[in-house]
Design a protein around this ligand. Structure first.
Ligand code: NDP
Length: 489
């Protein structure tokens, strides 16, 4: 750790020097280590002036980037993928230091970009290909004389405003397809993942993405707000539903492309025919991975009354493996929370639940120094409790017994969110019957908290609109142009 700290300080000095040439008048953004609340470093925030310059730069360059051959953009992304492999250890340590993710999970997150790169590179030509629709079904004189052609063009300059919990996942899911499809990107990482955001920017430039095509905006909500209000052609936001709704108002007024990936309150239902041991193992991971700071983390667990007691026993057994530790150690499974205020917020949810009849199976209080919260399970929960309604975003879940599948379905849907939902059962048919009526954009049978590059990732209700990933998640960065073509008669 000591050796790494020396490297880190050197690396950070070079960042500061770079930042200082861009912005000499702005305030500094303090980067803290959530594991011990110490100050890691300070970096200059963007000012109105520096942000304006970045937008101007992107606008001026957007035509050049749009006309850069796709093959060159693809080569740069492939090189970026190699650089992520080269710098894996350094990047993982930065991520762990600034947001507290256990180091093994930081490595996994960065590595997960490789399969996404493969997917995007494999699909981009198909996604961007023009289409000549068949006119046979609408045969008439005019249609036979006029050829029709559909073309996809980049949006132009897009703002990507990202959350801190998975900066490589959520950042990459937007900026990689945006750049591939020929858009210039202004990327605003969260203040809790700003160093990782800047590191990604450096590597993209080293990989051959021109500096004007990808620029990092440094700051907090203020800079995010200024970016949203600027002359961009699309806003791609990952974050809380509250901020998403604010952003939607601005985007609506300007009639620009808007994509929102927002919060969740994700439920699972354990049927009476489930493999209880497997379900408990899988669900414990869904609750505690990334210290529960995932939009698709499991936060509500409904258990068929016939297996309520044995399932709880197994969940306690498997959740015992998830213990707080020093996030820089390979064996750590639960790190600190990224935000200083979050342990106190979770405490209020626990107190409210206990007051309304819940009892603590494990945890239920703050951890050691820094922003730790003990992995927590609360039983006998009901929907009058904040714990079962508000997104927790921490290593905590509420459990409730249900008499049958219909009651489980009703409770799963009793939320303003609609991101993911899971059913554990030996019967695919039974799971399908329940999940087809769940109001969520992603559903799982015998698994949870999973994202695939091949499938669209999006939300319903307060969990958002639009998608990333899949072929849809490439095309969302384009707009169509409809050509009607007639030779001179
Ligand atoms: P926030 O909404 O607080 O912030 C998200 C981003 O927006 C940050 O970069 C933030 O900057 C910036 N921001 C804050 N205020 C404004 C504003 N008024 N205008 C423009 N930008 C602004 O969310 P969190 O960072 O706390 O992220 C956690 C949330 O993200 C959770 O609700 C989680 O469920 C959701 N999420 C959803 C995902 C999905 O795929 N559906 C994936 C990952 C997370 P700064 O942080 O610097 O203040």
């Amino acid at each position: 750790l000591h050796v790494f700290h020396l490297d880190f300080i050197e690396w950070e000095k070079s960042l500061r020097l770079k930042g200082a040439t861009l912005n000499t008048t702005g305030a500094l953004l303090a980067i803290k280590n959530p594991a011990n609340a110490s100050l890691l470093c300070e970096i200059p925030k963007d000012t109105c002036r520096s942000l304006e310059k970045k937008i101007e730069r992107a606008r001026t360059f957007s035509k050049t980037w749009k006309n850069t051959p796709l093959i060159e953009r693809m080569a740069a992304l492939r090189r970026f993928d190699e650089l992520l492999k080269r710098d894996l250890e350094k990047l993982a340590q930065i991520l762990t230091l600034e947001m507290g993710k256990p180091i093994a999970q930081s490595r996994d997150e960065i590595r997960s970009t490789h399969s996404r790169t493969e997917f995007f590179l494999g699909e981009i030509e198909r996604a961007l290909a023009g289409e000549e629709p068949s006119c046979q079904d609408y045969h008439n004189t005019e249609m036979t004389e006029i050829r029709e052609f559909l073309e996809r063009e980049p949006l132009g300059v897009i703002a990507s405003i990202s959350a801190w919990n998975y900066p490589y996942f959520v950042g990459f899911n937007v900026f990689a397809p945006a750049l591939l499809t020929g858009n210039c990107v202004l990327y605003k990482p969260s203040e809790h993942a700003a160093l990782s955001g800047r590191a990604m920017g450096d590597l993209l430039h080293e990989a051959g993405i021109p500096e004007q095509a990808f620029q990092v905006v440094v700051g907090d909500g203020e800079q995010g707000q200024a970016l949203v209000a600027s002359q961009v052609d699309g806003i791609f936001f990952t974050g809380s539903s509250a901020t998403g709704k604010l952003i939607a108002k601005t985007a609506q007024e300007r009639m620009i492309r808007l994509q929102l990936e927002l919060g969740g309150k994700d439920p699972v239902y354990v049927c009476d025919d489930a493999d209880l041991d497997f379900a408990a193992y899988s669900i414990a991971e869904g609750i505690f991975y990334n210290s529960g700071q995932g939009c698709s983390s499991v936060e509500r667990i409904y258990i068929h009354e016939a297996v309520h007691e044995p399932f709880i026993e197994r969940l306690q057994y498997h959740s015992a493996a998830w213990q707080i530790g020093n996030p820089l150690e390979d064996t750590c499974k639960v790190g600190p929370l990224a935000r200083e205020e979050q342990p106190a917020f979770l405490m209020t949810q626990v107190e409210d639940a206990i007051q309304k009849g819940a009892f603590v199976l494990r945890g239920g209080k703050r951890g050691r120094d820094g922003y730790f919260f003990e992995p927590t399970l609360l039983a006998n929960c009901n929907h009058s409790m904040r714990l079962m309604q508000e997104e927790s975003f921490g290593p905590i879940a509420g459990l409730a017994s249900v008499p049958n599948d219909q009651a489980a379905l009703t409770l799963m849907n009793d939320t303003t969110y609609g991101l993911t939902a899971a059913v554990y059962s030996r019967s695919k048919e039974r799971a399908r019957r329940i999940l087809k009526d769940v109001e969520a954009a992603t559903v799982y049978w015998n698994c949870c908290d999973r994202v695939s590059p091949r499938l669209p990732w999006g939300g319903r209700k307060d969990s958002g609109m639009g998608v990333t990933l899949s072929v849809e998640g490439l095309r969302i960065f384009t707009r169509t142009k409809a050509w009607h073509l007639r030779d001179t008669p």
